[in-house]
Design a protein around this ligand. Structure first.
Ligand code: ADP
Ligand code: MG
Length: 688
């Protein structure tokens, strides 16, 4: 007795073994399903529901499983097959149609059904023969079971009926202990069902409305808790790590911007203001910069590096490929040519002497800005005073690599740039601990790339087209088939296609690029292409990210259906970077529906964000970032694709809450704080 009184009322940590029928063996099997306590049991939600709502017959399609109501029209006929098997047939008038209802192995129904009775029955409808079979029947005057029948996942010997019985017992015995965790203010603002009612309705929904309300409530709760954890983590990190406060003369930055060959888009300016504010604050910048391919992120990075240098700090720009490092070094040298900034470049293939020299200057502070691949995060690389780290195409870097680079300075500001448009839902889920800025506008004068889908046997026409375009002085990329298992085969493909094009277009200079070329060879090819000495560049996907040659107007992709949507969009983004009309030609004979669908989507949309949303829907959140490293949490009721609006709301609410006094002090928020505490939100050092 005393033990009971010690417990707080809302404790649901009791073991499931207190329930009738949950002996040691059952408990063990429940344990395998992750169910140990009453709480676990109550939160083991159905994974889908069968809909038993009554439907008008004319709305039902062939072979659909439904529930209808009607009047019995004939005496039921019962036939036995062997001892146990039986079939009961009865005709019923449903919405003006005569339907033959067949019930297997329910002989007792014969006594329960009389002509003229109103009944509700379910089954699969054969619309051609008007036969419904495989279901159950109930007289209409009896109170019906729930319209929705929950379907649970079970393992081992655990049966659904047993599970349901245990859940019912759990509610009967412990239901009173389920307490509200959301504050009344949120409950009334969103008209949410109470926690207890919502949990109950997910298992025993009275009708569809009740179920929907229950689900809405639990989705919000789940996403709010998740976002609160993110925000608490972020707040803690901000408070814990004091950043460097950067001071600079804005007028100098404005002069620099005025000297650029173009004026910034409004979106670029807006993002820059976010960045200035972060740099000037004494907290550390932790910002994700998203912008579709070609939206002009490089110049934003350059300006941020300039501001950082004006404030007396070194900056680093880290990129995933050597080609990109090379190219960024070129463009930054060009952009900074009239400033005193000293720019250096470091990559895995830098020559030993050159490398030693660079490292020395970096350690002494002579170098202001360094650009490189992951060579930048090697131990031998020591900075004098690293103040800003920018990573371009950040999705290519592991979390760990980013962390190491950050550790090379005293809490340097960090900016992650990505052109892989991350659907907003994923951005705020996977990167919810960061601030997000988006460049949502293209530079003036850009024409959207026209995308065409052609079969491989149309190659001759495609070649004619390339010839025409190069004749006008433009350039083209030809991306070779991708054979993921073997880099060797990728390279071979590129060599073959290069030979083929060189023969087919003898008057045009065709270059070749792939991962097996030496560093110098790559550099030379890229340089020749940039200078338009090479008109057609045959390449593997090494040019996928970041490469910028505005004079290129044609992108041809072999076996395009083998690439994911985001990757195709990245490749397409290599053209359309100037003012001329650009074209992307997808060569594909897709064999799968998904392949066809991808080609269709690519020809229809140029918007990277919309595309990434579709990619997410086609592939699911887990696959979106390719590898397992996505770091996305598993939700019990929420669905990242469907519930993105709720996720947005939950995020905004979470931000408001952690910055409010009420959240920290008011009694109304006590249960919410308790729950967060239980989930480790106040002590965590990382989000999982
Ligand atoms: P991404 O966002 O894909 O990295 P880049 O930074 O490579 O794009 O920019 C693409 C091209 O657009 C470059 O040639 C760049 O010089 C040019 N550019 C960037 N900003 C502007 C602007 N505001 N107006 C005109 N051209 C711009
Ligand atoms: Mg870029």
């Amino acid at each position: 007795m005393a033990r009971w009184q010690d417990r707080s009322e809302d404790e649901l940590e009791e073991s499931v073994t207190v329930l009738k029928g949950a002996g040691p063996r059952t408990a063990e099997q429940l344990h395998d399903m992750g169910i140990i306590t009453i709480q676990d049991l109550i939160e083991h939600f159905p994974f889908r529901y069968e809909d038993h709502a009554i439907r008008p017959l004319k709305e039902v399609s062939h072979d659909e499983k439904v529930t209808v109501q009607g009047t019995v029209h004939s005496m039921p006929e019962l036939r036995y097959f062997g001892k146990k098997k039986s079939r009961l047939t009865v005709r019923a008038l449903v919405d003006g149609f005569l339907v033959q209802a067949i019930f297997f192995n329910q002989p007792y129904l014969k006594k329960q059904i009389q002509p003229g009775d109103h009944i509700i029955f379910s089954g699969k409808l054969d619309k051609n023969r008007m036969i419904m079979s495989g279901g159950t029947v109930k007289p209409r005057n009896i109170e019906r079971d729930n319209e929705l029948e929950p379907v649970y996942s079970v393992k081992g010997d655990i049966k659904v009926t047993m599970l349901r019985n245990l859940i019912e017992q759990a509610f009967n015995t412990f239901g009173e202990r389920i307490t509200e965790i959301l504050p009344s203010q949120l409950l009334s603002a969103y008209k949410l069902t109470s926690r207890k009612e919502a949990l109950y309705s997910l298992h025993f929904p009275h009708d569809i409305m009740a179920f929907k309300q229950a689900k809405r409530r639990m989705i919000y709760e789940e996403l709010l808790l998740f976002q609160l954890k993110m925000q608490l983590f972020r707040k803690k990190e901000k408070e814990g790590e004091k950043g460097q406060k950067k001071q600079f003369v804005l007028a100098k930055v404005e002069d620099f911007i005025r000297a650029l060959p173009f004026s910034l888009t409004n979106a670029q300016e807006k993002v820059l203001h976010d960045i200035y504010a972060d740099l000037q604050a004494n907290t550390r910048m932790n910002r994700l910069l998203q912008g579709d391919v070609g939206s002009g992120k490089t110049v934003v990075a350059a300006i941020a590096l300039y501001v950082n240098a004006l404030s007396g700090f070194q900056g680093a720009l880290m990129v995933p490929t050597e080609i990109l490092a090379e190219q960024h070094t070129e463009s930054l040298r060009h952009l900074f040519k009239d400033t005193e900034l000293s720019i250096a470049h470091l990559s895995g293939s830098s020559k030993v002497k050159e490398r030693r020299e660079t490292l020395k200057k970096l350690a002494s502070g002579e170098v202001d800005v360094i650009i490189g691949t992951h060579a930048l995060i090697q131990e031998s690389v020591i900075f004098h005073n690293l103040g800003l780290v920018i990573t371009d195409e950040q999705h290519r870097f592991g979390v760990e690599q980013r962390r190491i680079l950050r550790k090379k300075g005293v809490n340097p500001d960090v900016l992650f740039m990505t052109a892989t448009p991350i659907p907003r839902t994923l951005a705020i889920t996977a990167f919810g601990d960061m601030d997000v800025s988006t460049i949502d506008q293209m530079p003036k004068g850009r024409k959207p790339v026209k995308t065409h889908w052609a079969r491989h046997d149309m190659l001759p026409r495609v070649l004619d087209f390339i010839k025409k375009e190069t004749g006008k002085g433009h350039q083209a990329y030809v991306i070779c088939p991708l054979i993921e298992e073997s880099e060797q085969l990728d390279v071979q493909n590129a060599i073959d296609v290069h030979a083929q094009l060189s023969t087919a277009l003898p008057t045009v200079s065709v270059g070749l690029m792939h991962g097996r070329l030496s560093h110098d060879e790559k550099e030379n090819v890229m340089l020749a292409y940039t200078k338009n000495e090479i008109q057609i560049l045959v390449s593997t996907t090494v040019v996928e990210v970041g490469v910028n040659v505005p004079n290129a107007t044609v992108m041809v992709i072999y076996d395009a259906d083998r690439f994911g949507l985001s990757q195709l969009h990245q490749l397409r983004g290599r053209v359309g970077r100037g003012t001329e009309q650009a074209h992307c030609i997808l060569l594909a004979d897709p064999k799968t529906e998904v392949g066809k669908e991808r080609m269709g989507i690519m020809t229809e949309t140029n918007d990277g964000f919309e595309l990434s949303q579709q990619d997410l829907e086609l592939r699911g959140p887990g696959d979106f970032f390719g590898v397992k490293q996505s770091g996305l949490p598993q939700f019990k009721v929420a669905d990242l694709v469907e519930d993105y609006r709720v996720l947005e709301t939950a995020r905004q609410d979470a931000v408001k809450l952690v910055n409010s006094k009420a959240f920290w002090e008011s009694a109304d928020y006590q249960p919410l704080r308790e729950m967060l505490k239980k989930q480790g939100a106040f002590s965590q050092t990382k989000i999982d």
